[in-house]
Design a protein around this ligand. Structure first.
Ligand code: ADP
Ligand code: MG
Length: 242
């Protein structure tokens, strides 16, 4: 579903992604972890063309998302992306936030888009908030709306970049449970997260990144119980200490 081959990224003199090759199969859940500044956001953003790369290739669902002349807006509309900041449209209701993609991009009739949005809001437990505006919702609720909005485009893949990092601790669980449910339905997902319990329970593979290099790719039991790379060991013991 996602194939990365020899991906390199330079920010000027800074080598942010170093020869990254990896594959995500359909239905797999990958948790991407690593220290701050290791290149996780750069990599996941490159997967939907938000960030260009310097060399290599990235294919998502058969499409070269970094190819010359690709319609990047179309690619982005086809790959679900959930950010740390929810990025909802403040002047649109929850229902409109979720239905606007299908209406604006796919020209879905408004009625049908509203029904779809209501179904998706029910799925994330927020049907009763359809008429509310983003500033009337808690952070956890806004993030669940953001997930519903991404799902409205019926993407084959969902990418998450630290979706719970901006939330108060009591709201982390409600967002993770929506993500767990998606994973259980077989959605292909790449999640940058520091939620190690989620990683252990839900992921099929953990990718560990440091200094732009994908140092380890392992099933969660193996990654957490006996990480191979010393930097992965140090990262995990750091996380456990906190
Ligand atoms: P992570 O998400 O793992 O914390 P990032 O992918 O955001 O890491 O960043 C990786 C490295 O690239 C960091 O050292 C960061 O400072 C650098 N970087 C990120 N974006 C830019 C940019 N637009 N210009 C220059 N350097 C950047
Ligand atoms: Mg990041």
């Amino acid at each position: 579903m996602i194939v990365l081959e020899g991906v390199e990224k330079w920010y000027g003199e800074y080598h942010a992604l170093v020869d990254v090759s990896a594959e995500v199969k359909a239905g797999q859940v990958v948790v991407l972890c690593g220290p701050s500044g290791s290149g996780k956001s750069t990599l996941i953003r490159a997967m939907n063309g938000l960030e260009g790369i310097s060399a290599g290739s990235i294919r998502v669902n058969g499409e070269d998302v970094q190819g010359r002349g690709v319609d990047i807006n179309r690619i982005r509309s086809r790959i679900g992306f959930v950010f740390q900041q929810f990025n909802l449209f403040p002047h649109l209701s929850v229902l409109e936030n979720v239905s606007c993609g299908p209406v604006w991009v796919n020209h879905m009739p408004r009625e049908r888009a509203h029904r779809l949005a209501l179904d998706l809001l029910a799925k994330v437990g927020l049907e009763q908030k359809a008429g509310a505006y983003p500033n009337q919702l808690s952070g956890g609720q806004q993030q669940r709306v953001a997930i519903a909005r991404a799902l409205a485009m019926n993407p084959p893949v969902m990418l998450f970049d630290e979706p719970t990092s901006a939330l108060d601790p009591e709201m982390v669980g409600e967002v993770l449970s929506v993500m767990r449910a998606l994973a259980a339905e077989g959605m292909t997902m790449v999640c940058v997260t520091h939620e190690m319990k989620f990683a252990r329970d839900v992921s099929d593979v953990v990718w560990f990144m440091d200094r732009g290099t994908l140092l380890e790719k392992a099933p969660p039991e193996q990654f957490f119980d006996c990480p191979a790379h010393p930097r992965a060991q140090a990262f995990l013991s750091d996380i456990r200490r906190h």
